[in-house]
Design a protein around this ligand. Sequence first.
Ligand code: GDP
Length: 347
Amino acid sequence: MADNKKTPPDTISKIKAIRKQELSADALAQGIFDGNKAMLAKAITLLESTKAAHFEKANAVIEKCLAQPTNSIRLGITGVPGVGKSSFIETLGKTLTDQGNKVAVLAVDPTSSLSKGSILGDKTRMETLAKDPNAFIRPSPSGTSLGGVAQKTRESIILCEAAGYNVILVETVGVGQSEIAVHSMVDFFLLLKLSGAGDELQGIKRGIMEMADAIAINKADGSNLEHAKLAVTEFSRALHLYPPKANGWTPKVIKCSAVENTGIEEIWEMVQQFVEHTKENGFFEKNRQQQNKNWFLQTVDEYIKQFFHQKASFKKQQAKLLTEIEAHKISPFYAAKILLDKITEEL
Ligand code: GDP
């Protein structure tokens, strides 16, 4: 890498100074509006914090950011490890910044806390994009539950948009239910696939095909090109078997090569067509509103659960009832009802 691409030492010391500073919500929000990456990173760290004192401040920042007018596209990208997600994001991201866009890359990886950042944690991923002044890359937040991890990413989107990032790429490895979580925070959902020899449709999780607005067959280069062409036909045929989508969009299958940079611009043109189409038929805004409502309802459920679990008597009663269940003295369902009744009596 050329030396002139290295971050100058005075910039590094400025970033370090910002990291250490205790800033008000106003100052953080202003830093974000100014497009200051270090401030944006600091605000995201604040909202990822589990400390109660940080919660209020993080929410004050989010509220200020929500008031900013934005015009973004949120694109979810999923695919098995090795399919080429980071290579694809690097190539797409570079194409987009070259066109004058500001690109933020976020991730939802519920395994990252176990593997210490398996996705986007590795510094060698997206090396070029990481150095691009118009790109911001943030590894997956860690957390014990997918819901928690996804919530933080969802909130980070708001901050990135307020910082002027008009393309938000959200990557997921597709473990557990993480695709569903990402699908619920993006406008467009892209599934990356590899072509094999005739086994294209195998190993696809039920429901993923239904969620996808497009399938990109990656690594369509060299000796793999012919396989990729076959895969396009096969996936297109398979997609036709699904009922029409609520957004009125017919999912597309496009082959691409992240390494040779082919098909990438075509994919971006398709995303723009999708946005135009769904803005015209009203789905774009309606979908974002519905997503917000769902996030609210899910979060309320989560808070209710936390509220009960934090009660001291909850654990005691639960342990007692578990012993009774073990001894076949009570049915698990009746025990659950008794536990809830006992705790609500205390309120
Ligand atoms: P991820 O795990 O899904 O993020 O996949 P990576 O982007 O790390 O790619 C996995 C491997 O596939 C790497 O060795 C890449 O160089 C390679 N790769 C990614 N995209 C392409 C492509 O379009 N063509 C070819 N031939 N190799 C690719």
